[in-house]
Design a protein around this ligand. Structure first.
Ligand SMILES: C[S@@+](CC[C@H](N)C(=O)[O-])C[C@H]1O[C@@H](n2cnc3c(N)ncnc32)[C@H](O)[C@@H]1O
Length: 462
């Protein structure tokens, strides 16, 4: 179908990519029309076939890389061309960092409605490989038997892999041994179309500094023959495994984990250690996938919070409470709120484990927890929020703004929802003091940002 422009579907055009769009497509212009090109990098000259033509933009797939960008590097993963996991491996690392900074800047200008903004250079990750400490590997039933690996780009078909260089060696070893045992025990892989098969995913959680590991086998059915034996054999092969669990997920869904866990061996949690603090993390609880970058992230959050030891702090969306405890080291009292009950149990255990008495945890939805504290007369000086990708509900922002804290520190894994939420705060008496991207996810377009807002004057009424 044609649009107002002269472009038509299936037409081939030559383009030079000038930028990256959030979500890792290259952007080019053809006769004034924006064209998105998956897998193209800034500086590439490409011939594309148009796969979508709309009134305001078009999309095309690369037919020929006419002149590769000088920002291209050789991907270090042998599966890079097929695997949909790390879409930026061919982009030089310094360019990745700058692209992430620009994502945040663009979001704050175009969605956050800021006329001018300075976003700091992205804090680089070290190391840039082997960082992924939560690993989710799909298993499928192919014509030749069970296959396991990662989803091919833009599909749900599995590319079989032997290892992923962005996972630690221990994760790769657990994967290979678990896969060998799944084959040895004769289990079948899941078939998404027929909704048949036994094993759907293997999820691995790792402690970078404790070297403890959990393996979670996600199955469609509850009963698998000799499953306890399978778990014992896996543990025998991997002594670092402190727990082997089953997660039963019978639903026809692409949500990986259900709420039904069974412990097959050991315990249902692992420990991690960071900046002198120890954390218990249950299989169900969120923890950052890149613990190597968590000290840097904590440093940025603490600098933004600017605590003196006298403050009451609220940590909304607190997970197992690692930021809560970091904040509590510098504040008078910190309250963490989190909706996953087990994560709150972890958080309470973590306070005890580290002998910290100036913290309290509430298991509740963020807005209900905040409203509960407000009703009790709690008045935080600083509020930290670290919501999931969809950002904060309007009700959460409303409660925070009614408190008028001196500072709001917004930790975000999605610049789009970050900017949307900050746009609600700017007209109500807050200004952006700093925006610091931190690279937690090298070789992907994902970026973590810490935005610091300070209270300025009175809120606008109406
Ligand atoms: C991005 S994680 C951050 C967790 C923690 N700050 C950390 O860095 O480990 C977001 C957390 O918010 C929790 N969560 C999601 N929706 C929530 C809600 N409506 N209310 C409270 N917590 C929620 C998730 O369970 C998860 O632990």
């Amino acid at each position: 179908m044609s649009s107002g422009s002269s472009l038509t579907l299936d037409q081939e055009v030559s383009l030079t990519i000038y930028a990256l769009a959030y979500g890792s497509e290259g952007i080019a212009k053809h006769e004034g029309m924006v064209v998105f090109v998956p897998e193209a990098l800034p500086g590439d000259t490409v011939r594309v076939r148009l796969t979508q033509v709309k009134s305001k933009f078009a999309r095309g797939e690369i037919v020929e890389l006419i002149k590769p960008s000088d920002k291209r590097v050789q991907p270090f993963c042998s599966h890079a061309s097929a695997c949909g996991g790390c879409t930026w491996e061919a982009l030089e690392y310094g360019e990745q960092l700058e692209a992430k900074r620009i994502f945040v800047e663009n979001a704050l200008v175009h969605i956050g409605h800021l006329k001018t903004v300075t976003v700091n250079p992205t804090l680089k990750a070290s190391p840039q490989a082997g960082y992924r400490h939560k690993i989710q590997i799909p298993f499928q039933q192919g014509s030749g038997g069970v296959t396991a690996g990662f989803y091919a780009k833009h599909t749900h078909s599995v590319v079989p892999v032997e290892e992923c260089p962005n996972q630690p060696a221990l994760g790769n070893k657990i994967f290979r041994e678990a896969r060998a045992l799944i084959k040895q025990f004769g289990y079948t892989g899941y078939n998404e179309i027929s909704d048949q098969g036994q094993v759907r995913h293997l999820v691995i959680r790792l402690g970078a500094n404790t070297h403890e590991a959990l393996a979670i086998l996600v199955t469609r059915e509850r009963e698998l023959p000799r499953l306890s034996e399978w778990a014992a054999e896996l543990r025998q092969r991997i002594p670092e495994l402190v727990g082997v669990l089953q997660n039963v997920n019978p639903a026809k869904t692409n949500v990986i984990l259900s709420s039904e866990y069974r412990t097959l061996f050991g315990r249902a949690f692992f420990f991690e250690q960071l900046r002198g603090l120890k954390y218990r993390i249950s299989a169900e609880s969120f923890f950052q996938v890149n613990p190597f970058q968590m000290p840097a992230l904590a440093g940025v959050v603490l600098e933004a919070a600017a605590l003196t030891g006298k403050e009451t702090v609220l940590d909304l969306f607190c997970g197992v409470g690692w930021l809560t405890l970091e904040l509590a080291r510098q504040a008078r009292w910190v309250v963490g709120v989190e909706s996953v009950r087990l994560a709150i149990e972890d958080a309470r255990a973590n306070a005890q484990l580290n002998n910290m008495n100036n913290v309290e945890f509430i298991a509740a939805d963020a807005s209900a927890g905040a409203a509960q504290l407000r009703a009790k007369g709690v008045k935080p000086d600083v509020v930290v929020v670290d919501p999931p990708r969809k950002g904060c509900d309007r009700s959460v922002i409303d409660v925070i703004l009614r408190w008028r804290p001196k500072r709001i520190v917004y930790v975000s894994c999605n610049p789009v929802t970050l900017a949307r939420d900050l746009a609600l705060m700017f007209p109500r008496g807050y200004a952006l003091k700093s925006a610091q991207p931190v690279d937690l996810f090298p070789h992907t377009y994902h970026v973590e940002t810490v935005a610091c807002l300070v209270r300025i004057g009175e809120p606008h009424v109406g």
